[in-house]
Design a protein around this ligand. Structure first.
Ligand code: FAD
Length: 456
C-alpha cells in the first residue's frame, strides 16, 4: 500500500512527523511537492525565496535518492495535483503538516474535502512548522497571547519532543512521474549574496553555530558587525530545519547563550499564534493607532531613499544595502530601519513590510508583518511609542563602524564616530564621497511623530 507525504514548508527528512507516520502506515510513499500558482499569486514569488526553494527541493530530492527514493514535483492546484497522484498510486492516505496562515488552512480544508469525496483520508500533523502549535497555549478567556513575556513563560515550560531521526530507506512507486525540479539558475534577479538552501546546509550551519557562537549569543547577538547570530531563519522558514530540533539541540548544549537563543525561537511561535488568531493582522493594524501616515510626493521620495539605502544615515543605509545584497538583514538592522521608516519618516509600516517581503529570503507573513507592527507600535509592543535613534543605535551596535564600512563604500576609510556622522565632514569632502546628506533631521522626525501620536 501507498501513502502520500505532501511537503509544503517542511522541506527536510529529519524530525518530520508526517514522513514518519506515512512510512509506518505504508510500504511505499510518494514524497510530493506541488508548485501551486496560488502560492505565487499570494505574494510568495519573490526571486530570493524561489531560488532558495529550488535549492531546498534539490537537496530534499538528493536526500531521498540516497535512501532509495526521490521527490515528485508537480505544478498546479494543490488539491487537484494531490488527487491525481493519489488516484494514480491508489494511496489511501495523505500526510501533511498543519499550516497556520489563512491560506494554509483554506488549502488544507479544500484538500480534505477533495480526498474524502474520493474515499481517502487527509492526516494533518501538528508541531511541524512551529515548536508549539498555534492556539495550543492560550491565556484563559482569549484565543491567543497578545503579550510576549507571559506567552514565553508558558511556552518555555512545555517539553519539546525528542527529534525524530531521518528515515533510512524510502521506497517510491515507479508508477508516478515527476516534472523536472526547478533550479536556482532559472530564477532572475536573485540577490548576489544569497545563502545556499537545503537541509544539509542547514544542519551544517546549526552544528557549527552551536559549537562556535551559541555560548556568546547573549552578548553578541546585537552586534551588527560581528554577524554572530545563527542565520538559520531562511532554513526555518522553509522547514529545512525543524524548530523543535533546534530548541532541543540548543538546550542540550545549555548555558545562558543557548537559552537566550531559544527565547528568540519563541518569538517565531508567538507571532504565528497571533496571526493564526487574527489573520487580518497581515494587513491591518493589530492595535489601531489612528496614524495618518505621510503620503504624496515627499513621502514617495523618502520611501525610495530608504529602499535604496540612501537616507544619509549610514547605519540605516548599511542595513538596507545588506538586505538588497544578501536577501537577509541582521535583526538589529531590521529593528532600526523599520523604526526609521515608521517613526522618523512617519511612513506606513505596510510599505516597509512590502519591500522586506520582496527581498527577504526568510520573509513570511507572520514574522514579517507582526515584527513590522511591533516596531511601528501598531502591534504587540507594550511600549508602542518608543523611537530608535539611528545615531545612538549605530554607536551602540556598530561601535567602531565596521558594519557601515562593509556596506557603504562611500564611507570607506572613515573611523568611528565620523563614519556614523558624515554630515560633519567638510562640504568638499562630502561632495567627493558622493554620499547623500540626511533626508530628514532626527529632531524634526521625532517632533512629527510625537505630535502625531500625542493623542494615543
Ligand atoms: P537568531 O538571532 O539566530 O535567532 C534564531 C531564530 O529565532 C531566527 O532564525 C528566527 O527564526 C527566530 N527569531 C529571532 N528573532 C525573531 C523575531 N523578532 N521574530 C520572530 N522570530 C525571530 N524573521 C523571519 O523569520 N521572517 C521575517 O520575515 C522577519 N521579518 C522581520 C521584520 C522586522 C521589521 C523585524 C524587526 C524582524 C523580522 N524578523 C523576521 C525577525 C528577525 O529579525 C529574524 O528572524 C532574524 O534576524 C533572523 O536571523 P537569525 O536566524 O540569525 O536569528
Amino acid at each position: 500500500n501507498v501513502s502520500v507525504v505532501l511537503f509544503t514548508s517542511d522541506l527536510r527528512l529529519h524530525d518530520h512527523p508526517p514522513l514518519r507516520a506515512a512510512l509506518r502506515a505504508a510500504d511505499e510513499i510518494v514524497p510530493l511537492f506541488v508548485r501551486d500558482p496560488a502560492v505565487d499569486r499570494a505574494g510568495f514569488a519573490a526571486p530570493n525565496r524561489l531560488a532558495f526553494l529550488a535549492d531546498c527541493l534539490a537537496d530534499l530530492d538528493e536526500g531521498l535518492r540516497q535512501r532509495g527514493g526521490r521527490l515528485v514535483v508537480r505544478t498546479g492546484d494543490t488539491a487537484g495535483e494531490v488527487l491525481a497522484v493519489v488516484r494514480r498510486t491508489d494511496a489511501a492516505e495523505v500526510h501533511m503538516a498543519a499550516g497556520h496562515s489563512a491560506y494554509a488552512r483554506a488549502r488544507e480544508e479544500r484538500l480534505r474535502r477533495a480526498l474524502e469525496a474520493d474515499g481517502r483520508r487527509l492526516r494533518v500533523h501538528d508541531a511541524v512548522a512551529t515548536v508549539v502549535p498555534a492556539g495550543e497555549v492560550t491565556p484563559s478567556g482569549s484565543d491567543h497571547f497578545a503579550v510576549f513575556t507571559p506567552y514565553h513563560r508558558r511556552w518555555a515550560a512545555r517539553s519539546v519532543r525528542t527529534p525524530l531521526a531521518a528515515p533510512r530507506t524510502v521506497r517510491v512507486p515507479d508508477t508516478v512521474g515527476s516534472e523536472p525540479l526547478p533550479t536556482r539558475a532559472e530564477v532572475a534577479s536573485v540577490s548576489e549574496g544569497l545563502a545556499a538552501g537545503g537541509e544539509r546546509a542547514a544542519r551544517r550551519r546549526l552544528t557549527n553555530w552551536l559549537s562556535r557562537y551559541a555560548a556568546s549569543y547573549e552578548e553578541g547577538h546585537d552586534d551588527l558587525a560581528a554577524d554572530a547570530t545563527s542565520r538559520l531563519s531562511p532554513y526555518l522558514h522553509f522547514g529545512a530545519l525543524s524548530a523543535s530540533e533546534v530548541v532541543h539541540r540548543a538546550r542540550a548544549k545549555g548555558g545562558a547563550g543557548a537559552e537566550a537563543f531559544v527565547r528568540q525561537l519563541c518569538w517565531r511561535d508567538f507571532h504565528q499564534q497571533v496571526l493564526s488568531a487574527r489573520p487580518e493582522a497581515a494587513t491591518e493594524d493589530y492595535r489601531p493607532r489612528h496614524d495618518r501616515w505621510r503620503r504624496g510626493a515627499g513621502a514617495e521620495r523618502d520611501l525610495r531613499a530608504w529602499r535604496e539605502g540612501r537616507t544619509g544615515y549610514p547605519v540605516v543605509d548599511a542595513a538596507m544595502r545588506q538586505l538588497a545584497h544578501e536577501g537577509w538583514m541582521h535583526n538589529r538592522g531590521r529593528l532600526l530601519t523599520a523604526s526609521f521608516l515608521t517613526k522618523t519618516l512617519y511612513l506606513d509600516w505596510r510599505e516597509g513590510a512590502r519591500h522586506f517581503l520582496a527581498l527577504l529570503v526568510d520573509g513570511d507573513v507572520a514574522n514579517n508583518q507582526l515584527n513590522w507592527q511591533w516596531v511601528a507600535g501598531t502591534g504587540t509592543d507594550t511600549r508602542p511609542n518608543r523611537v530608535l535613534n539611528p545615531l545612538i543605535q549605530a554607536k551602540r551596535y556598530d561601535h567602531d563602524g565596521a558594519y557601515v564600512r562593509r556596506w557603504v563604500p562611500e564611507l570607506a576609510g572613515l573611523g568611528a564616530p565620523e563614519v556614523h556622522e558624515p554630515w560633519r565632514l567638510s562640504g568638499e569632502e562630502r561632495a567627493a564621497r558622493g554620499y547623500p546628506d540626511p533626508i530628514v533631521s532626527l529632531a524634526d522626525g521625532l517632533d512629527r511623530f510625537r505630535r502625531a501620536r500625542g493623542g494615543d
